[in-house]
Write a protein that binds this ligand. Structure first.
Ligand code: ADP
Length: 394
C-alpha cells in the first residue's frame, strides 16, 4: 500500500512516500519545498518527481494521503479527512494558528487534485481520547468549558509509538497489540499485568504522557501546545493571572503578551541565549547562570510531570525518552532520573552516555526495577502506520 504523508507548515510543504504492509514499512522517497505560498504547485511538482523516479504511474496510484492535523473542535482520532475535519480545523484556527489553516488548505488541495485518493487525518490529540474527565477538565465557568476549553494533549503520534514500542521491548505482546489497534478498536477491556510508562518527548517542543497498558491517562500539554513543559521559545505552563498583571504593569496588549509568550519565552526567554538546547548547554557550561537556570527549569518541569503520572498510575515499569533532546542529551536524562534509586530507577551511565540520536537502547542497569529506555522518534512513519491501519480497517 502506497501512503503519502504530507507535512504542512504555513510556509513549507514536506512529504514522504511509504510502501506499507502488515509487517514492514519502507520509505520510498521524500522531499519538500520552502517559502511556499501555495500548495497546488508543490503537489504538482511532487507528483511529477514521484512519477519520473518510477514510484508512481500517476497520483491515483496512491492508496492514501495522511495528514498530521493538530487540533480539531469537537473531533479527534484517526479519521477520514472530510468536511467534518475541515470544520473542526476551522473551529479551532485561533488556538493553532500556525497549523490549522495550513492543514485545511492542504487537505482541500489534495481533495481537488486527487479526488479518488483517500485522505486520512491523524489528530495529535488522538492518543488522549480516553483520558478521564477529571484529568482533562479545567476548573473554569461552564460557558468557557462549552467552548471546548479543556486539556487535549499533543504529540499524540509520538507518544502512541512509544506505547507500542515500549511494550514490544519488554516482550509485552498483549499491551503492544492493544496499543497498535487503539484507534481502530478502542481500548476495550484489559486484564493483564500492568505496564505503566512515563513517556518523555523532549525536542523543540516537549511533552510528557502517562501511558497505562497502552492507553494514555494524562498529558502535560493542555488546551494548546503552548502549555506544559517550557518549549523552545514558547512559554509552557503559566498562571493565567500573569497576563492581566503584565498587561497592566508593562502596558502590553493581549496580542503583544501572546506574541511574547509564543516567541520570546520558553528556553529562549529563560536563557536569553538561544532556543536550542545545545547552545544553552554550552552557555551553561561556560558559566552563564541564566542558561543554567533554563536547563534546571526544564529538568524540574519534566520531573514534576513524570512524578504526577507515576503517582496517578500507582507506579511505573518504564520511563522512556524520545525526540531531539530526549535522544541526544545523556546529561539531561541522567539529571531527570537522579535520586530515584528509592523508587527503583538506576541509570547505567555508560549505556546512557553511548545512546545518541537514532539509537534505541536500554539505559537503566539490569537490576533497575523501572526500565529506562531511549526510543528514536519518527513521526512520519508513525502517521503512515496509523493511516495504513485506518485504510485496512475500512
Ligand atoms: P522538533 O521538536 O523541533 O520537531 P527535534 O525533536 O529534532 O525537533 O528536537 C530538536 C531539538 O533537539 C533542538 O532544538 C535541540 O535543542 C535538541 N537537540 C538536538 N541535538 C541535541 C544534543 N546533542 N543535545 C541536546 N539537545 C539536542
Amino acid at each position: 500500500m502506497k501512503i503519502l504523508i504530507a507535512n504542512l507548515g504555513s510556509t513549507s510543504f514536506k512529504y514522504r512516500l511509504y510502501e506499507m504492509s502488515e509487517s514492514a514499512s519502507e520509505m520510498l522517497s521524500k522531499g519538500g519545498f520552502e517559502r511556499v505560498t501555495e500548495y497546488t504547485p508543490c503537489i504538482e511538482e511532487m507528483l511529477e518527481t514521484l512519477v519520473k523516479d518510477g514510484y508512481l504511474q500517476s497520483g491515483d496510484d496512491l492508496d492514501a494521503v495522511g495528514f498530521k492535523t493538530v487540533l480539531g473542535k469537537d473531533l479527534s482520532g484517526c479519521v477520514e479527512a472530510d468536511e467534518r475535519v475541515l470544520d473542526a480545523l476551522e473551529g479551532f484556527k485561533e488556538v493553532a494558528p500556525a497549523h490549522n489553516p495550513a492543514y485545511a488548505e492542504g487537505i482541500r488541495c489534495f481533495q481537488r487534485m486527487l479526488p479518488k485518493v483517500k485522505r486520512v487525518a491523524l489528530f495529535e490529540t488522538a492518543f488522549y481520547q480516553w483520558m478521564s474527565p477529571a484529568a482533562y477538565t479545567y476548573a473554569i465557568p461552564k460557558a468557557w468549558r462549552d467552548l471546548g476549553i479543556r486539556r487535549y494533549g499533543f504529540h499524540g503520534a509520538s507518544h502512541k509509538f512509544i506505547a507500542e514500542r515500549t511494550a514490544e521491548l519488554l516482550g509485552r505482546d498483549d499491551v503492544a497489540a492493544r496499543a497498535r489497534g487503539l484507534y481502530v478498536n478502542g481500548p476495550g477491556e484489559f486484564s493483564g499485568e500492568p505496564l505503566r510508562v512515563v513517556s518523555c518527548h523532549l525536542g523543540g517542543s516537549s511533552s510528557l504522557a502517562g501511558i497505562q497498558n497502552g492507553v494514555s491517562i494524562g498529558a502535560s500539554m493542555g488546551f494548546s501546545p503552548q502549555s506544559g513543559l517550557p518549549q523552545n521559545n514558547r512559554v509552557g505552563d503559566l498562571d493565567s493571572m500573569a497576563i492581566p498583571y503584565v498587561s497592566k504593569m508593562l502596558g502590553l496588549s493581549v496580542e503583544e503578551a501572546e506574541r511574547q509568550l509564543n516567541k520570546e519565552s520558553g528556553m529562549l526567554g529563560l536563557s536569553g541565549v538561544s532556543n536550542d538546547a545545545r547552545d544553552i548547554e554550552d552557555a551553561a557550561n561556560a558559566g552563564n547562570a541564566d542558561a543554567q537556570l533554563a536547563t534546571d527549569v526544564l529538568i524540574d518541569s519534566i520531573r514534576h510531570w513524570a512524578g504526577s503520572f507515576f503517582f496517578k498510575m500507582g507506579g511505573a515499569e518504564v520511563i522512556s525518552f524520545t525526540a531531539g533532546i530526549g535522544e541526544n542529551d545523556a546529561k539531561l536524562r541522567s539529571a531527570v532520573c537522579s535520586g530515584l534509586e528509592g523508587l527503583g530507577v538506576r541509570i547505567d551511565e555508560i549505556a546512557n552516555a553511548a545512546t545518541i540520536r537514532g539509537k534505541e537502547g536500554m539505559i537503566s542497569t539490569p537490576d533497575s526495577k523501572i526500565k529506562v529506555v531511549v526510543i528514536p522518534a519518527n513521526e512520519e512513519l508513525v502517521i503512515a502506520r496509523e493511516v495504513y491501519r485506518k485504510v485496512q480497517a475500512n
